[in-house]
Design a protein around this ligand. Structure first.
Ligand code: 8Y4
Length: 360
């Protein structure tokens, strides 16, 4: 299903009134968060890969007769304003950091399974110490060009780390998996969030099992599978096409019994996207709030940062990654997925203090 109108908040300003201050402003608070929006950009598709864009002040937008689009126009505004519910107890009225914990043998100079598990646990506890709100455990490499991993192998890698962490950390534990069986075992072992880069499409049982777990789920867009996604990705209009895709996945998840309050969306930087697509998406982060659910952005150390800066080695992309994270937070992304938690936490602490005017 393709829609006619896409609505994004514009004139975003980090305006969060101090509690003892009365503010009258012509703007509205975005998603119960740290930004105020002063207007709305209305995007229409005109022809396959063309769009018409109009920007309205809020009053003008509300008073206008949107004709047959009236319901959609009102719904989008409501979705933008509605405060996002807590995710597994974590409030989203300020930006949150998800730290990446790789549990693939290639990510540690390997001394065997036990060493790998212990190294991953140590790494996770260090990220929590550095200020991660969520720890994302990934035992299946889903980088471009990578081969699939069996359920058994994924569980052999994941479970010792999950069992070693559950109850030993104040951070939430997210499990990066596309497999129903892994989701089932992960919830039993204390996982708090499911992060599925295939938006519950890869495994035919994943939708039903994710619903049964009762856990919040990240629905991420990817184009094809990890093996082939970077071959020649094409879109009519990447942000709009991916918005349509995520809207449909949210609808399907709700129909399967996953309440909206349990959903998080992610446009999937680098997954079947060229540099141009990645930049179009990052610059349209605010568009995705009109789906009415929290937005997660994962730009950390990815290749587009190398393409922009000439940094060929992923570990040299920390500053660029922090730049991308702040850009996403500046458009209201509630969760940012990062490798470099200490650097990102430092940048966010200063950004939040500098924009709100108080130490939070
Ligand atoms: C260096 C190191 C360069 C790692 C690239 C990478 C996302 C994700 C991944 C994301 C969500 C990655 C599991 C790719 N990316 N989950 N997972 N969002 N929700 N590559 O953007 O980090 S893995």
């Amino acid at each position: 299903m393709t829609r006619d109108l896409y609505i994004r908040p514009v004139g975003l300003t980090p305006l969060r009134p101090a509690s003892d201050e009365e503010v009258e402003a012509p703007g509205l608070q975005l998603a119960g968060g740290w930004l105020t929006f002063m207007g709305l950009e209305v995007i229409e598709r005109v022809g396959r890969d063309r769009r018409r864009t109009r920007v309205f002040e809020l009053g003008e937008y509300c008073e206008r007769d949107w004709g047959r689009h009236g319901a959609a126009a009102a719904e989008a505004l409501e979705a933008l304003r509605q405060p996002r519910p807590r995710i597994a107890g974590l409030s989203l009225d300020r930006p949150r950091i998800m730290g990446i914990v790789n549990i693939t043998p290639d990510s540690f100079s390997d001394g065997g399974r036990l060493t790998t598990a212990q190294a991953a646990i140590d790494h996770a506890l260090r990220l929590e110490e550095e200020g991660a709100d969520i720890l994302d455990l990934g035992a299946e490499s889903t980088r471009p060009g990578s081969d699939p991993v069996s359920v058994e192998e994924e569980l052999r890698r994941l479970m010792p780390v999950l069992e070693g962490l559950a109850g030993r950390t104040r951070a939430l534990i997210s499990v990066d998996t596309r497999k129903a069986e892994v989701m089932r075992r992960a919830v039993e072992a204390g996982a708090d969030i499911i992060n599925d880069i295939s938006a519950l499409t890869h495994d035919p049982d994943a939708m039903e099992v994710a619903a049964e777990t009762g856990l919040p789920v990240v629905l991420m867009h990817t184009f094809g599978d990890p093996k082939t996604m970077q071959v020649d990705p094409r879109y009519d209009d990447a942000p709009l096409d991916i918005f349509d895709y995520l809207e449909e996945r949210v609808r399907r998840a709700e129909a399967a019994g996953i309440d909206r309050s349990r959903l998080i969306i992610d446009y999937g930087i680098g997954f079947g996207k060229t540099l141009e697509h990645n930049l179009a998406l990052l610059s349209h982060t605010s568009l995705f709030h009109s789906l009415g659910v929290p937005v997660l952005v994962g730009a950390s150390r990815k290749r587009f940062i190398g393409a922009l800066t000439g940094m060929e080695v992923a570990s040299e992309r920390v500053a660029g990654s922090v730049g991308a994270a702040l850009a996403a937070v500046g458009q209201g992304a509630q969760i940012i997925r990062v490798h470099d938690v200490a650097a990102t936490r430092q940048a966010l602490t200063v950004w939040e203090a500098a924009t709100s005017g108080v130490q939070l």
